[in-house]
Design a protein around this ligand. Structure first.
Ligand SMILES: [Zn+2]
Length: 237
C-alpha cells in the first residue's frame, strides 16, 4: 500500500471491474463525487495489473470475469503486500449463498448482489473506506514501531559485537609457532596438501586456550581455517 506521511492513501481512485460497460457506468454514477479518479476495466487480468501498479482506494468487482475470475483477483490482491489492505467489494449478479461464501473466503470486504440500491452501495463504500483508513493508520503505526525496534536491536548487536571484538583481540596473538603443532591437511577441493601459513592463539583464558590454524591451497582453491579442538576445516576465502 502506498501511504503518504499521514497514513493517507496516495491515490483516491475507485477501480471498477466488470465486463458489462453499463454496469461500470452505473457504479461510477452511483459513487460519483466520492473519488478523485474512477478507473473501469472489463477483465480480471487488467484489473490485477492496474491494482498492483497503483493501488486504488476501493475495488468494486463482478465475480464472473474474463481471464482471471473475480475470486482469484481478490485472493491474489489480498496476498500482495501492496494491495492486501485495499478494500475489495463484490457487486455481483451471482446471488447464491455459495458464491457469497466463496467471495468471503477469497478475502472480500463486502458482497452485494445486483441489482442493488445506489444508497446501499454508497453506504457500503463509505464504510469500507473509513475502515481501511483506520487499518492503514494502524499499519503505519505498527511499521514505525517495528522499524524503531529493528534500529534498537541493530544498535545493541553492533555494540555487543564491538565489545566482543575488543576482548578477543586483546587476548589473541598471531604466531607461526603455536602450542599445538599444525596438522597436515589436504585441500577438500583438489586433495593437494595444504600449505600452513600461521595460527591465531587466544580463547577465554590461558587454561581454555584456543587455536585457529590458517592454511592455503597451493593450487589456488582458497584459504582455510582449521580448529584443532573441534577438528573442523573451514573455507574462509
Ligand atoms: Zn585445492
Amino acid at each position: 500500500m502506498r501511504v503518504g506521511k499521514l497514513g493517507m492513501p496516495s491515490t483516491n481512485t475507485l477501480l471498477i471491474v466488470d465486463p458489462d460497460p453499463e454496469a461500470r457506468a452505473l457504479c461510477a454514477a452511483t459513487l460519483d463525487g466520492m473519488f478523485s479518479d474512477v478507473c473501469g476495466v472489463d477483465d480480471g487480468r487488467d484489473a490485477l495489473v492496474r491494482a498492483i501498479d497503483r493501488p486504488p482506494a476501493l475495488i468494486i468487482s463482478e465475480i464472473r470475469l474474463p481471464f482471471i475470475s473475480g475470486l482469484d483477483l481478490c485472493a491474489v490482491l489480498r496476498s500482495d503486500a501492496a494491495t492486501a489492505a485495499v478494500p475489495f467489494a463484490f457487486v455481483t449478479a451471482e446471488g447464491s449463498e455459495a458464491a457469497a461464501a466463496a467471495a468471503r473466503a477469497a478475502g472480500a470486504s463486502a458482497v452485494l448482489v445486483k441489482p442493488c440500491a445506489p444508497d446501499v452501495v454508497r453506504a457500503e463504500a463509505r464504510r469500507l473506506i473509513a475502515r481501511s483508513g483506520d487499518l492503514r493508520r494502524q499499519g503505519v503505526a505498527a511499521r514505525q514501531e517495528a522499524a524503531s525496534q529493528r534500529a534498537r536491536s541493530n544498535e545493541l548487536l553492533e555494540r555487543s559485537g564491538r565489545q566482543l571484538t575488543k576482548v578477543r583481540s586483546h587476548q589473541r596473538q598471531m604466531t607461526t609457532t603455536p602450542p599445538l603443532v599444525p596438522a597436515v591437511l589436504r585441500c577438500p577441493v583438489c586433495d593437494a596438501t595444504l600449505r600452513y601459513e600461521r595460527s591465531h592463539v587466544g580463547g577465554v583464558s590461558a587454561v581454555h586456550a584456543e587455536q585457529w590454524d590458517y592454511y592455503a591451497c597451493p593450487i589456488g582453491c582458497g584459504d582455510y581455517q582449521y580448529r584443532p579442538r573441534v577438528r573442523k576445516l573451514r573455507h574462509v576465502s
